[in-house]
Design a binder for this molecule. Structure first.
Ligand code: ZN
Length: 128
């Protein structure tokens, strides 16, 4: 189960030409949108979440859908994404869903979604 991504798409479009990052926290069947700031020193090609903001997300102890955008790049998990979200062959957090929004010319044009199953990040049916 994944959230409606309308707010995430708008957030990532507004961040262009930098990568946008945001999250949804799940309570029951409801997802709450949480905008995040990209504090990367190279925000056009990468994203970094403020450690305090990340800690708050973790502390919420709810399923997290983490969204970030690729600027003029494909809605696919990059090597760096895989390295960031996989630790010792496991997902960084249990029940983590990853979403990548492809933003071209300030428009979200496609979305990819993944969850961790059978030891790997596997795509979920796209939402766009
Ligand atoms: Zn990425």
């Amino acid at each position: 189960m994944t959230p409606d991504l309308t707010q995430a798409r708008l957030h990532c479009e507004a961040a262009y030409p930098n990568e946008g990052v945001c999250a949804y926290l799940r309570t029951g069947s409801t997802w709450r949108f949480v905008p995040l700031e990209n504090i990367s020193e190279a925000p056009h090609t990468s994203f970094v979440i403020d450690p305090l903001a990340w800690m708050k997300l973790e502390r919420a102890n709810q399923a997290i859908c983490l969204v970030h955008s690729h600027v003029d790049g494909p809605a696919e998990l990059s090597r760096r994404d895989l390295d960031t979200f996989t630790v010792d062959g496991r997902p960084l957090l249990p029940d983590l869903v990853l979403v990548v929004v492809e933003v071209r010319d300030r428009r979200a044009v496609s979305v990819g979604e993944w969850s961790f199953r059978n030891g790997a990040w596997e795509p979920i049916a796209p939402a766009l």
